[in-house]
Write a protein that binds this ligand. Structure first.
Ligand SMILES: C[S@@+](CC[C@H](N)C(=O)[O-])C[C@H]1O[C@@H](n2cnc3c(N)ncnc32)[C@H](O)[C@@H]1O
Length: 440
Protein backbone atom coordinates (compact mmCIF):
# COMPACT_ATOMS: atom_id res chain seq x y z
CA UNK A 1 0.00 0.00 0.00
CA UNK A 2 1.54 3.31 -0.98
CA UNK A 3 1.06 6.49 0.91
CA UNK A 4 2.23 9.98 0.09
CA UNK A 5 4.92 10.70 2.64
CA UNK A 6 5.85 14.23 1.60
CA UNK A 7 6.64 16.03 4.85
CA UNK A 8 4.81 19.21 5.67
CA UNK A 9 6.67 22.14 7.15
CA UNK A 10 6.34 21.79 10.90
CA UNK A 11 4.30 24.73 12.11
CA UNK A 12 4.53 24.18 15.85
CA UNK A 13 5.40 27.31 17.79
CA UNK A 14 7.95 26.82 20.59
CA UNK A 15 6.17 24.70 23.21
CA UNK A 16 7.13 27.11 25.99
CA UNK A 17 4.66 29.62 24.46
CA UNK A 18 1.73 27.20 24.51
CA UNK A 19 -0.61 25.88 27.14
CA UNK A 20 -0.34 22.14 27.73
CA UNK A 21 -3.32 21.11 25.57
CA UNK A 22 -2.14 23.17 22.62
CA UNK A 23 1.38 21.81 22.93
CA UNK A 24 0.07 18.22 22.97
CA UNK A 25 -2.15 18.96 19.96
CA UNK A 26 0.79 20.28 17.92
CA UNK A 27 2.89 17.33 19.03
CA UNK A 28 0.21 14.95 17.77
CA UNK A 29 -0.10 16.82 14.46
CA UNK A 30 3.70 16.74 14.02
CA UNK A 31 3.61 12.97 14.58
CA UNK A 32 0.77 12.48 12.06
CA UNK A 33 2.51 14.63 9.45
CA UNK A 34 5.81 12.80 9.92
CA UNK A 35 4.04 9.45 9.45
CA UNK A 36 2.30 10.65 6.25
CA UNK A 37 -1.26 10.68 7.66
CA UNK A 38 -1.50 14.47 7.34
CA UNK A 39 -0.67 15.37 3.76
CA UNK A 40 -2.23 18.78 3.08
CA UNK A 41 -2.01 22.16 4.84
CA UNK A 42 -5.82 22.23 5.32
CA UNK A 43 -5.97 18.95 7.27
CA UNK A 44 -2.83 19.96 9.15
CA UNK A 45 -4.43 23.23 10.23
CA UNK A 46 -7.67 21.51 11.27
CA UNK A 47 -5.86 19.03 13.53
CA UNK A 48 -3.80 21.84 15.07
CA UNK A 49 -6.96 23.91 15.71
CA UNK A 50 -9.75 21.70 17.09
CA UNK A 51 -9.35 20.99 20.85
CA UNK A 52 -9.69 17.17 20.92
CA UNK A 53 -9.64 17.13 24.73
CA UNK A 54 -12.88 19.18 24.83
CA UNK A 55 -14.68 16.20 23.22
CA UNK A 56 -13.31 13.73 25.78
CA UNK A 57 -13.43 15.68 29.05
CA UNK A 58 -13.44 12.43 31.10
CA UNK A 59 -9.93 11.64 29.89
CA UNK A 60 -6.63 13.02 31.18
CA UNK A 61 -5.17 15.53 28.74
CA UNK A 62 -2.34 13.30 27.52
CA UNK A 63 -4.83 10.44 26.82
CA UNK A 64 -7.03 12.79 24.75
CA UNK A 65 -4.00 13.53 22.54
CA UNK A 66 -2.66 9.99 22.26
CA UNK A 67 -2.78 8.61 18.70
CA UNK A 68 -5.47 6.17 19.78
CA UNK A 69 -9.19 5.55 19.74
CA UNK A 70 -11.15 6.88 22.75
CA UNK A 71 -14.17 4.76 23.73
CA UNK A 72 -17.02 7.05 24.79
CA UNK A 73 -20.03 4.72 25.13
CA UNK A 74 -20.55 1.02 25.89
CA UNK A 75 -23.52 -1.32 25.59
CA UNK A 76 -24.75 -3.29 28.61
CA UNK A 77 -22.44 -6.18 27.71
CA UNK A 78 -19.40 -3.89 27.59
CA UNK A 79 -19.11 -3.61 23.78
CA UNK A 80 -17.93 -0.19 22.58
CA UNK A 81 -20.80 1.40 20.66
CA UNK A 82 -19.39 4.90 20.27
CA UNK A 83 -15.90 6.32 20.22
CA UNK A 84 -13.68 9.09 18.97
CA UNK A 85 -11.68 7.42 16.24
CA UNK A 86 -7.88 7.30 16.31
CA UNK A 87 -6.35 10.55 15.00
CA UNK A 88 -4.23 8.79 12.34
CA UNK A 89 -7.37 7.27 10.85
CA UNK A 90 -9.32 10.53 11.04
CA UNK A 91 -6.47 12.31 9.25
CA UNK A 92 -6.26 9.60 6.56
CA UNK A 93 -10.01 9.65 5.95
CA UNK A 94 -10.20 13.46 5.86
CA UNK A 95 -7.33 13.58 3.36
CA UNK A 96 -9.15 11.00 1.26
CA UNK A 97 -12.41 13.00 1.42
CA UNK A 98 -10.73 16.04 -0.22
CA UNK A 99 -13.16 18.44 1.48
CA UNK A 100 -12.91 22.04 0.23
CA UNK A 101 -14.08 25.43 1.57
CA UNK A 102 -17.76 25.95 0.80
CA UNK A 103 -18.56 22.22 0.59
CA UNK A 104 -21.67 20.60 2.01
CA UNK A 105 -20.36 17.65 4.02
CA UNK A 106 -22.15 14.83 5.85
CA UNK A 107 -20.59 12.81 8.63
CA UNK A 108 -22.26 9.50 9.49
CA UNK A 109 -21.59 8.52 13.10
CA UNK A 110 -21.15 11.47 15.44
CA UNK A 111 -19.10 12.39 18.44
CA UNK A 112 -18.39 16.03 17.70
CA UNK A 113 -14.62 16.09 17.27
CA UNK A 114 -14.44 14.80 13.71
CA UNK A 115 -17.37 17.01 12.67
CA UNK A 116 -15.43 20.01 14.02
CA UNK A 117 -12.40 18.96 11.94
CA UNK A 118 -14.67 18.77 8.89
CA UNK A 119 -16.06 22.23 9.70
CA UNK A 120 -12.50 23.59 9.68
CA UNK A 121 -12.14 22.18 6.15
CA UNK A 122 -15.46 23.51 4.79
CA UNK A 123 -14.81 26.91 6.40
CA UNK A 124 -17.39 29.62 7.15
CA UNK A 125 -19.06 29.28 3.74
CA UNK A 126 -19.52 25.51 4.03
CA UNK A 127 -22.10 23.37 5.81
CA UNK A 128 -21.55 20.32 7.98
CA UNK A 129 -24.22 17.83 9.04
CA UNK A 130 -23.38 15.02 11.46
CA UNK A 131 -25.84 12.18 11.98
CA UNK A 132 -26.04 9.47 14.64
CA UNK A 133 -28.65 6.88 15.58
CA UNK A 134 -28.04 7.30 19.31
CA UNK A 135 -29.62 10.32 21.05
CA UNK A 136 -27.07 10.07 23.88
CA UNK A 137 -24.32 10.55 21.28
CA UNK A 138 -26.02 13.45 19.49
CA UNK A 139 -26.80 15.17 22.83
CA UNK A 140 -23.16 14.91 23.82
CA UNK A 141 -21.93 16.06 20.39
CA UNK A 142 -24.30 19.05 20.40
CA UNK A 143 -23.11 20.07 23.87
CA UNK A 144 -19.41 19.87 23.05
CA UNK A 145 -19.78 21.50 19.63
CA UNK A 146 -21.61 24.44 21.18
CA UNK A 147 -19.02 24.78 23.96
CA UNK A 148 -16.15 24.81 21.47
CA UNK A 149 -17.69 27.33 19.07
CA UNK A 150 -18.86 24.91 16.37
CA UNK A 151 -22.58 25.45 17.02
CA UNK A 152 -23.21 25.93 13.27
CA UNK A 153 -22.80 22.21 12.68
CA UNK A 154 -26.17 20.54 12.24
CA UNK A 155 -26.51 17.49 14.50
CA UNK A 156 -29.21 15.01 13.45
CA UNK A 157 -30.52 11.95 15.31
CA UNK A 158 -31.49 9.34 12.70
CA UNK A 159 -30.63 5.88 11.40
CA UNK A 160 -28.08 6.34 8.59
CA UNK A 161 -29.96 3.68 6.63
CA UNK A 162 -32.64 6.34 6.11
CA UNK A 163 -30.96 9.76 5.83
CA UNK A 164 -33.86 12.23 6.12
CA UNK A 165 -34.48 13.88 2.72
CA UNK A 166 -34.67 17.33 4.32
CA UNK A 167 -31.02 17.23 5.42
CA UNK A 168 -29.73 16.49 1.89
CA UNK A 169 -28.84 19.70 0.01
CA UNK A 170 -30.07 20.28 -3.56
CA UNK A 171 -27.78 18.28 -5.82
CA UNK A 172 -26.42 16.20 -2.91
CA UNK A 173 -23.49 16.43 -0.50
CA UNK A 174 -20.02 17.19 -1.87
CA UNK A 175 -18.51 14.79 0.65
CA UNK A 176 -19.79 12.01 2.91
CA UNK A 177 -17.49 10.62 5.60
CA UNK A 178 -18.77 7.41 7.20
CA UNK A 179 -17.29 6.72 10.63
CA UNK A 180 -19.13 3.50 11.47
CA UNK A 181 -18.44 -0.01 10.17
CA UNK A 182 -20.88 -0.50 7.29
CA UNK A 183 -21.88 -3.52 5.21
CA UNK A 184 -23.49 -1.47 2.44
CA UNK A 185 -23.40 2.02 0.90
CA UNK A 186 -26.97 3.34 0.87
CA UNK A 187 -25.80 6.94 0.34
CA UNK A 188 -25.14 7.14 -3.41
CA UNK A 189 -28.27 9.23 -4.05
CA UNK A 190 -27.36 11.65 -1.25
CA UNK A 191 -23.94 12.32 -2.85
CA UNK A 192 -23.46 14.93 -5.59
CA UNK A 193 -22.07 13.81 -8.95
CA UNK A 194 -18.28 14.23 -8.61
CA UNK A 195 -18.60 14.10 -4.82
CA UNK A 196 -16.41 11.98 -2.51
CA UNK A 197 -17.51 9.23 -0.16
CA UNK A 198 -15.13 7.61 2.33
CA UNK A 199 -16.43 4.60 4.24
CA UNK A 200 -15.18 1.58 6.21
CA UNK A 201 -16.87 -1.07 4.09
CA UNK A 202 -17.23 -4.74 5.02
CA UNK A 203 -16.54 -7.15 2.19
CA UNK A 204 -17.01 -10.75 3.27
CA UNK A 205 -16.13 -9.86 6.83
CA UNK A 206 -12.96 -7.91 5.97
CA UNK A 207 -13.13 -4.16 6.30
CA UNK A 208 -11.22 -1.28 4.80
CA UNK A 209 -11.79 2.47 4.64
CA UNK A 210 -12.37 2.97 0.91
CA UNK A 211 -12.54 6.35 -0.80
CA UNK A 212 -14.76 6.77 -3.83
CA UNK A 213 -15.68 9.45 -6.34
CA UNK A 214 -19.23 9.42 -7.76
CA UNK A 215 -19.20 9.30 -11.55
CA UNK A 216 -22.21 8.55 -13.75
CA UNK A 217 -24.26 7.58 -10.71
CA UNK A 218 -21.76 4.98 -9.41
CA UNK A 219 -18.93 5.08 -6.87
CA UNK A 220 -15.38 4.42 -8.08
CA UNK A 221 -12.48 3.86 -5.67
CA UNK A 222 -9.28 5.68 -6.53
CA UNK A 223 -6.93 5.57 -3.54
CA UNK A 224 -5.21 2.84 -1.55
CA UNK A 225 -7.52 1.06 0.88
CA UNK A 226 -6.90 1.68 4.57
CA UNK A 227 -7.11 -1.30 6.93
CA UNK A 228 -9.18 -0.11 9.87
CA UNK A 229 -11.74 -1.02 12.52
CA UNK A 230 -14.87 0.89 13.56
CA UNK A 231 -17.77 0.28 15.90
CA UNK A 232 -20.54 -1.77 14.32
CA UNK A 233 -23.49 -0.26 12.50
CA UNK A 234 -26.75 -0.48 14.45
CA UNK A 235 -30.31 -0.07 13.18
CA UNK A 236 -31.70 -1.23 9.84
CA UNK A 237 -28.26 -1.35 8.20
CA UNK A 238 -26.71 -3.61 10.86
CA UNK A 239 -24.76 -6.44 9.23
CA UNK A 240 -25.34 -10.08 9.92
CA UNK A 241 -22.48 -12.46 10.30
CA UNK A 242 -24.49 -15.46 9.08
CA UNK A 243 -22.45 -17.69 11.36
CA UNK A 244 -23.01 -21.45 11.41
CA UNK A 245 -21.37 -23.82 13.90
CA UNK A 246 -20.21 -27.25 12.75
CA UNK A 247 -22.04 -29.48 15.29
CA UNK A 248 -19.91 -30.68 18.18
CA UNK A 249 -16.69 -28.96 17.08
CA UNK A 250 -16.58 -25.32 18.26
CA UNK A 251 -15.67 -24.46 14.65
CA UNK A 252 -17.70 -21.63 13.10
CA UNK A 253 -18.15 -20.62 9.47
CA UNK A 254 -19.43 -17.15 8.48
CA UNK A 255 -21.00 -16.11 5.18
CA UNK A 256 -21.36 -12.34 5.41
CA UNK A 257 -21.53 -11.81 1.66
CA UNK A 258 -22.59 -15.22 0.50
CA UNK A 259 -25.30 -17.79 0.92
CA UNK A 260 -24.65 -20.04 3.94
CA UNK A 261 -23.99 -23.65 2.92
CA UNK A 262 -25.01 -26.68 5.02
CA UNK A 263 -22.38 -27.41 7.69
CA UNK A 264 -23.94 -30.42 9.47
CA UNK A 265 -22.03 -32.92 7.32
CA UNK A 266 -18.65 -31.32 8.02
CA UNK A 267 -18.01 -32.65 11.53
CA UNK A 268 -16.45 -35.99 10.41
CA UNK A 269 -14.19 -34.10 7.95
CA UNK A 270 -12.82 -31.91 10.72
CA UNK A 271 -11.88 -34.83 12.93
CA UNK A 272 -9.58 -36.40 10.27
CA UNK A 273 -6.00 -35.37 9.61
CA UNK A 274 -6.00 -32.83 6.77
CA UNK A 275 -4.04 -33.00 3.54
CA UNK A 276 -1.64 -30.06 3.12
CA UNK A 277 -1.35 -28.45 -0.30
CA UNK A 278 1.66 -26.18 -0.72
CA UNK A 279 1.22 -22.97 -2.70
CA UNK A 280 4.94 -22.11 -3.08
CA UNK A 281 3.97 -18.53 -2.15
CA UNK A 282 5.52 -16.91 0.90
CA UNK A 283 4.64 -14.10 3.25
CA UNK A 284 6.66 -12.24 5.87
CA UNK A 285 5.73 -12.58 9.54
CA UNK A 286 4.72 -8.92 9.74
CA UNK A 287 3.30 -8.63 6.23
CA UNK A 288 -0.45 -8.07 5.95
CA UNK A 289 -2.24 -10.27 3.43
CA UNK A 290 -5.76 -8.85 3.59
CA UNK A 291 -5.66 -8.30 -0.18
CA UNK A 292 -5.21 -12.05 -0.72
CA UNK A 293 -8.22 -12.91 1.43
CA UNK A 294 -10.38 -10.37 -0.41
CA UNK A 295 -9.16 -11.87 -3.68
CA UNK A 296 -10.06 -15.39 -2.54
CA UNK A 297 -13.48 -14.22 -1.31
CA UNK A 298 -14.31 -13.00 -4.82
CA UNK A 299 -12.63 -15.83 -6.73
CA UNK A 300 -14.01 -18.90 -4.94
CA UNK A 301 -17.69 -19.92 -4.76
CA UNK A 302 -18.62 -21.28 -1.32
CA UNK A 303 -16.11 -18.92 0.32
CA UNK A 304 -16.56 -18.33 4.04
CA UNK A 305 -14.48 -17.37 7.06
CA UNK A 306 -13.55 -19.96 9.63
CA UNK A 307 -12.98 -19.38 13.34
CA UNK A 308 -12.64 -21.78 16.25
CA UNK A 309 -13.33 -21.44 19.95
CA UNK A 310 -9.96 -21.39 21.66
CA UNK A 311 -11.03 -24.15 24.04
CA UNK A 312 -13.89 -25.76 22.14
CA UNK A 313 -12.52 -26.98 18.83
CA UNK A 314 -11.76 -30.48 20.23
CA UNK A 315 -8.27 -30.14 18.78
CA UNK A 316 -9.66 -30.79 15.30
CA UNK A 317 -7.85 -27.88 13.68
CA UNK A 318 -4.11 -27.92 14.01
CA UNK A 319 -2.90 -25.23 14.11
CA UNK A 320 -6.18 -23.40 14.89
CA UNK A 321 -6.68 -20.08 13.09
CA UNK A 322 -5.08 -17.30 15.10
CA UNK A 323 -6.44 -13.79 15.75
CA UNK A 324 -8.67 -13.41 12.68
CA UNK A 325 -11.19 -15.78 11.13
CA UNK A 326 -9.39 -17.45 8.23
CA UNK A 327 -10.30 -17.99 4.59
CA UNK A 328 -12.15 -21.26 3.85
CA UNK A 329 -14.33 -22.91 1.20
CA UNK A 330 -16.94 -25.63 1.60
CA UNK A 331 -17.44 -28.36 -0.99
CA UNK A 332 -20.24 -30.72 0.12
CA UNK A 333 -19.00 -32.66 3.14
CA UNK A 334 -15.44 -31.34 2.68
CA UNK A 335 -13.66 -28.13 3.44
CA UNK A 336 -10.38 -26.34 2.66
CA UNK A 337 -8.83 -23.53 4.68
CA UNK A 338 -5.88 -21.21 4.24
CA UNK A 339 -3.05 -21.59 6.76
CA UNK A 340 0.61 -20.65 6.98
CA UNK A 341 3.69 -22.74 7.74
CA UNK A 342 6.86 -21.19 9.08
CA UNK A 343 9.77 -21.94 6.77
CA UNK A 344 12.46 -19.58 8.03
CA UNK A 345 13.37 -16.42 9.91
CA UNK A 346 13.05 -14.01 6.95
CA UNK A 347 15.44 -11.13 6.22
CA UNK A 348 14.02 -9.08 9.11
CA UNK A 349 14.05 -11.96 11.61
CA UNK A 350 10.24 -11.70 11.94
CA UNK A 351 9.64 -15.03 10.27
CA UNK A 352 9.03 -16.26 6.72
CA UNK A 353 5.92 -18.33 6.06
CA UNK A 354 4.47 -20.27 3.18
CA UNK A 355 0.76 -20.19 2.43
CA UNK A 356 -0.55 -23.75 2.60
CA UNK A 357 -4.09 -25.03 2.27
CA UNK A 358 -5.46 -27.71 4.57
CA UNK A 359 -8.03 -30.04 3.03
CA UNK A 360 -10.54 -31.79 5.29
CA UNK A 361 -12.85 -34.60 4.24
CA UNK A 362 -13.04 -36.99 1.30
CA UNK A 363 -12.81 -34.22 -1.31
CA UNK A 364 -10.83 -31.84 0.90
CA UNK A 365 -7.64 -32.27 -1.15
CA UNK A 366 -9.47 -31.15 -4.30
CA UNK A 367 -10.90 -28.12 -2.53
CA UNK A 368 -7.41 -27.36 -1.20
CA UNK A 369 -5.91 -27.57 -4.70
CA UNK A 370 -8.63 -25.22 -5.96
CA UNK A 371 -7.81 -22.65 -3.28
CA UNK A 372 -4.03 -23.07 -3.71
CA UNK A 373 -4.39 -22.42 -7.43
CA UNK A 374 -6.10 -19.12 -6.67
CA UNK A 375 -3.35 -18.16 -4.20
CA UNK A 376 -0.80 -18.77 -6.95
CA UNK A 377 -2.94 -16.87 -9.48
CA UNK A 378 -3.05 -13.88 -7.13
CA UNK A 379 0.72 -14.06 -6.61
CA UNK A 380 1.47 -14.28 -10.36
CA UNK A 381 -1.05 -11.68 -11.51
CA UNK A 382 -2.20 -9.30 -8.81
CA UNK A 383 -0.04 -9.27 -5.69
CA UNK A 384 2.03 -6.31 -6.90
CA UNK A 385 -1.10 -4.16 -7.23
CA UNK A 386 -1.47 -4.13 -3.47
CA UNK A 387 -5.11 -3.16 -3.76
CA UNK A 388 -7.89 -3.44 -6.30
CA UNK A 389 -10.30 -0.94 -7.87
CA UNK A 390 -13.74 -1.11 -6.33
CA UNK A 391 -16.97 0.07 -7.94
CA UNK A 392 -20.32 0.37 -6.18
CA UNK A 393 -23.41 0.62 -8.36
CA UNK A 394 -26.98 1.04 -7.10
CA UNK A 395 -28.56 -2.43 -7.15
CA UNK A 396 -31.62 -1.00 -8.89
CA UNK A 397 -29.46 0.06 -11.87
CA UNK A 398 -27.84 -3.39 -12.32
CA UNK A 399 -29.08 -6.27 -14.44
CA UNK A 400 -29.91 -9.36 -12.33
CA UNK A 401 -26.82 -11.58 -11.87
CA UNK A 402 -26.37 -14.22 -14.58
CA UNK A 403 -25.52 -16.90 -12.00
CA UNK A 404 -25.33 -17.45 -8.24
CA UNK A 405 -21.64 -16.64 -7.83
CA UNK A 406 -20.38 -13.83 -10.02
CA UNK A 407 -16.60 -13.61 -9.70
CA UNK A 408 -15.42 -10.66 -7.60
CA UNK A 409 -18.93 -9.26 -7.20
CA UNK A 410 -20.47 -8.69 -3.77
CA UNK A 411 -24.23 -8.31 -3.87
CA UNK A 412 -25.48 -6.04 -1.10
CA UNK A 413 -28.96 -4.72 -0.41
CA UNK A 414 -28.49 -1.26 -1.97
CA UNK A 415 -25.39 -1.74 -4.07
CA UNK A 416 -23.57 -4.25 -6.26
CA UNK A 417 -19.85 -4.01 -5.44
CA UNK A 418 -17.37 -5.08 -8.12
CA UNK A 419 -13.71 -5.64 -7.29
CA UNK A 420 -11.32 -5.32 -10.26
CA UNK A 421 -7.82 -6.64 -9.78
CA UNK A 422 -5.24 -4.92 -11.99
CA UNK A 423 -2.60 -7.21 -13.51
CA UNK A 424 0.57 -6.48 -11.52
CA UNK A 425 2.54 -9.65 -10.69
CA UNK A 426 4.01 -10.09 -7.23
CA UNK A 427 7.79 -10.31 -6.84
CA UNK A 428 9.12 -13.58 -8.26
CA UNK A 429 11.42 -14.01 -5.25
CA UNK A 430 8.37 -14.73 -3.13
CA UNK A 431 7.79 -17.99 -4.95
CA UNK A 432 9.60 -20.94 -3.47
CA UNK A 433 10.26 -24.30 -5.03
CA UNK A 434 8.80 -27.20 -3.07
CA UNK A 435 6.65 -30.22 -3.68
CA UNK A 436 3.02 -29.32 -4.19
CA UNK A 437 0.98 -31.67 -2.02
CA UNK A 438 1.64 -33.76 1.04
CA UNK A 439 -0.40 -35.54 3.67
CA UNK A 440 0.39 -34.84 7.31
C1 LIG B 1 -16.80 5.65 15.80
S1 LIG B 1 -18.24 6.47 16.33
C2 LIG B 1 -18.17 8.00 15.48
C3 LIG B 1 -16.94 8.79 15.76
C4 LIG B 1 -17.02 10.24 15.43
N1 LIG B 1 -17.25 10.48 14.03
C5 LIG B 1 -15.79 11.00 15.88
O1 LIG B 1 -15.91 12.18 16.13
O2 LIG B 1 -14.70 10.42 15.96
C6 LIG B 1 -19.51 5.62 15.45
C7 LIG B 1 -20.89 6.13 15.70
O3 LIG B 1 -21.78 5.52 14.76
C8 LIG B 1 -23.05 5.50 15.36
N2 LIG B 1 -23.97 4.62 14.63
C9 LIG B 1 -24.08 3.26 14.71
N3 LIG B 1 -25.07 2.84 13.90
C10 LIG B 1 -25.59 3.93 13.30
C11 LIG B 1 -26.64 4.14 12.37
N4 LIG B 1 -27.36 3.14 11.88
N5 LIG B 1 -26.90 5.41 11.98
C12 LIG B 1 -26.18 6.45 12.46
N6 LIG B 1 -25.18 6.32 13.36
C13 LIG B 1 -24.88 5.07 13.76
C14 LIG B 1 -22.77 5.06 16.78
O4 LIG B 1 -23.83 5.45 17.65
C15 LIG B 1 -21.45 5.79 17.07
O5 LIG B 1 -21.66 6.96 17.80
Amino acid sequence: MTRTTERLAVTTPPTTDLDEATALRHQLADELAAAGHIRTPAVDRALRTVPRHAFAPERPLHAAYANEIIATRHSDDGTVISSISAPWLQADMLEAARIQPGHHALEIGSGGYNAALIAELTGPTGHVTTLDIDPAVTDRATRFLTQTGYGRIRVVTADAEHVPAEVVPDGGFDAIVVTVDTWDLPWIDALAEGGRLVAPLRLHGYHWAISFTKRDGALHSDEPLIVCGFVAMRGDGAWHRNRCTVPGTGVHLSWEDGTPLPVDELAPALTCEPTVTHTHVTVGGQEPFDALTLYLAGALPGYCRLSADSDGDNGVLNPPPKHWPGAAIVRGNSLARLATERIGDGDDGKGLYEFVVHGHGTRGHLAAQEMAEQVRHWQHNHRGALCPHITARPTASCAPPARDHELHVFAKKHTRITVDWPIVPGPAALLIDRGSCSAR
